[in-house]
Design a binder for this molecule. Structure first.
Ligand code: ASP
Length: 561
């Protein structure tokens, strides 16, 4: 069975696991309350005594249910319905937790050490939904489901860590070797300029598609006041932390300056991709200028490092199906269904935009410029897309993208090792497109009219933000805060879309990586390379190519001299 088939099966198994055994599963008893926005949790020492209100910091907290008290409320038809109103809950005190009264004075010391249990009354807020029904905040979840996901998630972490382990040595080594073998600074400059130009252009088009889709679908009209209140109540704490993270981000000029590393070793150890790329290019050029073959031993050394890293990637891909299953189970299991229902139209608008962008823009580039068949191209890059989807990280998908480009598309190592690492940090079309849809959606919900100038500033800000964002899960949400500020849309709007963000992140990251690979093929062809998609038959016949069989090779022990 081919690697991507196994990964697909892993994803399906993970999704089923997450849905049936995750914290939001409807099959398991919901016996715990999870507060993502603890600042607005109403917690009392004594249910009858309002003065015993405790204040909690904005850290996510889990409360275990000890006892539930129900009260009658009127539903929309005037009938009395019983709902959970109060729960006696227990939770562990954490270091950050200060329990204060209304005046801000320490009312009672509850527990002395971190980890000490506290018992208090949690007030449940019932928000009446306009479409009928009542929604409780915070949302009840299954404690068992939470534990099951916590048990599974290390498998995903092992996979993520293994794949990330390869990124820095692989990128540095292959870029250095690529540049050194090019041996022509002018060619490098031309390639760099063209690559960046293509990346920025596709990104600007992506935001524009996002804005158009949002205007066409009008997802903001599908969310009512009650849903809006419920979402804001649930996610306001998280939203403000994203907004403050964005406020701390450096300016564009600082971003550009910071590409030049002060200490390359530090860049390597902290994994700062743009700095690593910069230094590898400079060192690669310098090695070619050492004179007659002088740089050869160093280049050969890094060439072997690069080849060894590729073997490591093949080993890691062998456990990919399990890792992917765990990652998907975690995301699917922890995303609540109520959020999905409220944001369904918005989510579909993002997906529609992503599909259009991939089909029209990448389809056009790949068919017209790279002269490849669209379906062949998509088949060749499937492993990279699946890893991007399940890890929500372009950086994590990078080693696999490079493998796909070289082995499955026939792109030269020199091109792929220059264009792809750059793309994984600089080019995020899916992210930019989603930011366009999100900005318009939030503006629609808050009934703001955006002028053409506002929308142009969204295009500009989202294009810039996609350059600055790191290829890690959730990065696009932080830079969205900057995009919103640039166009004067209230940042509290982030709370509206946060619940759905992690799921959409998977799709937009897959598009980000598809964009990197589409541009890589175009660059390869424009540099005179002849691309050839690896067929399944050729893949199976030649153990040296493709993801399969590579590990079947014989080992050659390296004897010290
Ligand atoms: N997760 C995305 C990536 O790595 C970035 C984002 O949109 O959050 O490409």
């Amino acid at each position: 069975m081919q690697v991507y088939t196994k990964i697909l099966i892993g994803m399906a198994v993970g999704a089923v696991l997450g849905l049936t055994l995750g914290p939001n599963s409807s099959l398991l008893e919901h016996d715990r309350y999870s507060y993502r926005n603890a600042a607005s949790a109403e917690l009392y020492l004594d249910r009858i005594d309002e003065t015993t209100r405790l204040e909690l910091p904005a850290v996510p907290l889990d409360f275990t249910v000890e006892e539930t008290v129900r009260e009658g409320v009127l539903d929309e038809t005037g009938l009395v319905v019983e709902v959970d109103a109060w729960v006696r809950v227990s939770f562990s005190i954490t270091e950050k937790l200060a329990l204060l009264d209304d005046e801000g004075a320490l009312r009672k010391r509850l527990g002395k050490r971190t980890g000490d249990p506290v018992v208090a009354w949690l007030k449940l807020n019932q928000i009446r939904l306009e479409g009928g029904g009542i929604q409780t905040t915070p949302q009840p979840i299954s404690g068992l489901g939470d534990d099951i996901i916590a048990f599974i998630s290390p498998v995903g972490d092992v996979f993520m860590r293994l794949i990330k382990m390869v990124i820095v040595p692989l990128v540095f080594a292959s870029l250095l070797v690529g540049v050194a073998s090019l041996g022509d600074v002018r060619k490098l400059g031309r390639m760099g300029g063209k690559t960046l130009g293509l990346y920025l252009m596709t990104t600007a088009v992506a935001v524009t598609i996002g804005l158009s889709v949002a205007h066409l679908v009008q997802p903001g009209d599908f969310i009512d006041k009650a849903d809006r209140a419920a979402l804001v109540a649930q996610f306001a704490g998280d939203a403000s932390s994203k907004a403050s993270a964005a406020a701390g981000a450096p300016s564009t000029l600082d971003n550009i300056l910071s590409i030049i590393p002060l200490n390359p070793i530090e860049s390597l150890s902290s994994g700062n991709m743009l700095q690593i790329i910069f230094f590898a290019v400079v060192l690669g050029i310098a090695l070619t200028m050492l004179g007659q073959g002088e740089g050869q031993p160093v280049v050969r050394f890094f060439d072997r490092i690069q080849q060894a890293m590729i073997v490591v990637i093949h080993m890691v891909m062998a456990i990919a199906p399990y890792g992917v299953a765990a990652l998907v189970a975690e995301v699917v299991g922890t995303s609540g269904f109520s959020v999905l229902k409220a944001l369904l139209v918005y989510g579909l608008a993002v997906l529609l935009g992503l599909t259009l962008h991939a089909g029209l823009v990448y389809g056009g580039l790949v068919v017209v410029k790279a002269r490849l068949k669209w379906l062949d191209f998509m088949r060749a890059i499937r492993p990279a897309q699946l890893i991007a989807f399940s890890t929500s990280s372009s950086s994590a998908a990078l080693p696999v993208s490079m493998e796909c480009a070289e082995q499955n598309l026939g792109v030269s190592n020199a091109t792929s090792s220059f264009v792809l690492p750059l793309g994984s940090t600089v080019n995020m079309d899916g992210t930019a497109l989603y930011q366009g849809v999100a900005a318009i959606f939030i503006a629609q919900v808050f009934q703001m009219d955006l002028t053409l100038a506002d929308q142009l500033s969204i295009v500009l800000a989202a294009t810039m933000a996609s350059v600055g964002a790191a290829g890690v899960p959730g990065a696009g949400m932080v830079t969205l805060a900057m995009v919103l500020t640039a166009s004067g849309i209230p940042q509290v709007g982030l709370a509206l879309i946060l619940g759905m963000d992690r799921l959409l992140d998977m799709f937009r990251t897959a598009v980000n990586v598809t964009g990197d690979l589409a541009v890589t093929s175009v660059m390869a062809v424009s540099e005179g390379e002849k691309l050839e998609v690896l067929s399944t038959a050729a893949d199976q016949a030649d153990p040296e190519r493709g993801f399969e069989h590579r590990l079947d090779k014989e080992e050659h022990p390296v004897e010290p001299d």
